[in-house]
Design a protein around this ligand. Structure first.
Ligand code: PBG
Length: 627
């Protein structure tokens, strides 16, 4: 185990009886903390205590747990962080295709027992493998910043292919995931898909073995990157050909329900953006009643929105919140307008309507970057005209205009606020600047303290730069505000969900983009997308898969290298016709550039008898390019 760790990786103990003495934390932030009043120091209430992280014995699980340990040591100096490795059912059953043996807790059950009996204080998981519902007594303590969530193509050593498109018919792609098989069969009906089991190292060995039939594997990019195997990624396989798994690329840490110490300690690791995105994804899967072994793919995009009443302020009053909900891109479909494919990225870049104030000032809204040949999304969207001026009265609700800041800094390039003393020493990123920067790049002062620096952007207004201790990435939030970073977050979240039949012939996809103000809003978005998918034909696809699994499941023969069957034996009829299902051939043609007519709106595609999708204010639902 240790000999095969990535270069420069610290040694990893495999049992709790073999803990090395940890060196004193060397993080610059902890030193900074010790010298700054009001920030956490080694005298926090948990100093001197031991905290044990449980995880699977696989190399990836151990590397991810090391990441968690390092982060905790930085945030909680004086705590001893131990690692305890365990084997799970998923590790033991190597001969049966994963999707055929029931139980969603394949990788988690044994660890949860250890957690509940106090053997460990937290469990470090790949969030993708964590069931959407926790057993009684367990809860999710934190979700860490996401690694690349995409899937990756890894071609056998010595073969010249650089993408799936280049592979000859009959090439064998190794993967044990029904999600990958189903979606890729849809776009590449000529390829063969075969099971491949074992940990990442084992799979790569099987791939490179010249006697094996595999041409390539599809694996999660995140796992390869975390194991320093990024050089094996031949290319990324992402939407619209392949939507990634729910939670893919994120590390989730499970704790005992109500364990305040764990909530404080583990909660300090939370990345709110990843958490919001994965909450939406996981709620979608939960409503679909699927586990990690269902052909459900997704994609999320979160764009932070800064509003007055944000960082450092008290939450908005219910009245202001209600008005805020009304502030957004209100769109409805014009049935006569031409349908134009729009990518999920573009959904987030939809131009915002002008506030009356901006309009009065003659300010232009920020325009999204346009791809050559792609008609701007507004071409088939109509803002709900008459009520707009009233609704978008930013002044009346104390809301600033909204712009798309640079995701990492929130500061427009060249702004005087870009000053090295405001760079977070943990992430190396600029501290967030709030409030935002309107389409005209104006900014105003926020109440609630902090440094106020004049902005010369437009010669008006000031900009709020939080002092270092307000940095969202600061180490261990003080125990006086456990599990909370005192920030009020607002974001536009876009979630695409897709369900594909194992044969690749039936698929349903739905995208919804909505302004969210809380984690619960994100979950609601996930539930709404799930409902649309179910009503759009996803239910039939999942039911059919369930039948198939029942029929082929239960066998214990060696499955490695075996082709994954298209349908259950005897179940030759396709799933009940799905209203928005798109036959593989036309979908493949669309993906190859003959997109005409594929960007069918879910609303338009539904018969009048079936339910009608009513867009709520602030929602956008569009079909991505190539689907
Ligand atoms: N079920 C296996 C699993 N669980 C998490 C990862 C990779 C890391 C991640 O997706 O977060 C993998 C391997 C893979 O899918 O290639």
């Amino acid at each position: 185990m240790i000999s095969s760790l990535p270069p420069n990786h610290p040694p990893i103990p495999s049992t709790s009886t073999n803990f090395p003495t940890r060196p004193p934390p060397s993080c610059p932030m902890s030193q900074l903390a010790a010298t700054r009043p009001g920030s956490p120091t080694a005298t926090h209430p948990y100093a001197g205590q031991t905290f044990t992280l449980g995880t699977r014995n696989s190399k990836l699980a151990m590397v991810q747990t090391e990441i968690v340990r390092r982060e905790l040591e930085q945030r909680w100096p004086g705590c001893e962080i131990r690692i305890f490795g365990m084997t799970t059912l998923g590790d033991n059953v190597q001969t049966q295709p994963l999707y055929t043996f029931g139980g969603k807790a394949l990788w988690t059950k044994e660890l949860e027992v250890a957690l509940l009996c106090g053997q460990v204080d937290a469990i470090v998981h790949s969030l993708k493998d964590v069931p959407t519902e926790f057993p009684p007594g367990c809860e999710l303590g934190a979700v860490l910043e996401r690694e690349d969530p995409s899937d990756a193509l890894v071609v056998k050593e010595g073969l010249p292919y650089t993408s799936l498109d280049e592979m000859p018919e009959g090439s064998v792609i190794g993967t044990s995931s029904v999600r990958r098989v189903a979606q890729l069969r849809r776009k590449y009906p000529g390829l063969k898909f075969a099971d491949v089991r074992g940990n990442l190292g084992t799979r790569l060995k099987k791939l490179d073995d010249p006697t094996s039939s595999y041409t390539a594997l599809i694996l999660a990019s995140a796992g390869l990157l975390r194991l320093n195997l990024g050089h094996r990624i031949t290319s990324s396989v992402s939407s619209p050909a392949l939507y990634h798994a729910v939670g893919q690329g994120a590390i989730g840490v499970e704790i005992r329900e109500g364990d305040q110490r764990a909530r404080d300690v583990i909660g300090s690791l939370e990345c709110w953006k990843t958490s919001w995105r994965t909450r939406a994804e996981r709620m979608m899967l939960r409503v679909l009643e699927g586990g990690c072994s269902v052909p459900v793919g997704c994609e999320t995009k979160l764009t932070e929105v800064f509003v007055k009443g944000g960082e450092g302020d008290a939450p908005l009053s219910p009245r202001a919140q209600k008005k805020l909900d009304l502030h957004g891109v209100r769109v409805e479909r014009d049935p006569n307008a031409p349908r134009v494919p729009v990518s999920p990225e573009q959904v987030n870049d939809l131009p915002l309507p002008l506030s009356p104030r901006s309009a009065a000032l003659g300010l232009a809204p920020s325009s999204p970057p346009q791809q050559p040949g792609v008609v701007p999304p507004t071409a088939h969207l109509t803002a709900n005209g008459a009520s707009v001026p009233k609704q978008y009265s930013a002044e009346s609700i104390g809301l600033l205009d909204i712009a798309e800041p640079d995701d990492t800094t929130g500061i427009p390039a060249g702004h005087p606020a870009v000053n090295p003393s405001h760079v977070c020493p943990i992430t190396g990123r600029m501290l967030p600047v709030a409030p935002l920067v309107s389409p005209s790049r104006r900014a105003v002062a926020l109440p609630g303290g902090g440094e106020h620096v004049s902005s010369s952007l437009n010669g008006s207004g000031t900009i709020h730069i939080p002092p270092l201790h307000e940095c969202a990435h600061r180490p261990g939030r003080t125990p006086s505000c456990p599990g909370s970073d005192n920030l009020t977050h607002h974001a536009t979240l876009s979630l695409t969900g897709t369900i594909t039949s194992l044969s690749g012939t039936h698929a349903v996809l739905y995208t919804l983009s909505r302004r969210c103000h809380s984690p619960e809003d994100c979950e609601q978005l996930g539930a709404d997308v799930a409902r649309e998918l179910i009503e759009g034909g996803g239910k039939e696809i999942l039911t059919e898969l369930g039948r198939h699994v029942k029929e082929v499941g239960g066998g214990d023969e060696q499955h490695d290298g075996k082709e994954i069957p298209v349908e259950a034996p005897g179940a030759s009829s396709p799933p009940a016709v799905c209203p928005v299902g798109i036959p593989a051939a036309s979908a493949a043609a669309a993906a190859n550039g003959h997109a005409g007519g594929v960007a069918k709106s879910p609303v338009a595609s539904k018969s009048p008898q079936s339910h009608r999708t009513v867009f709520r204010e602030g929602e956008v639902c569009l079909r991505p390019v190539g689907w």
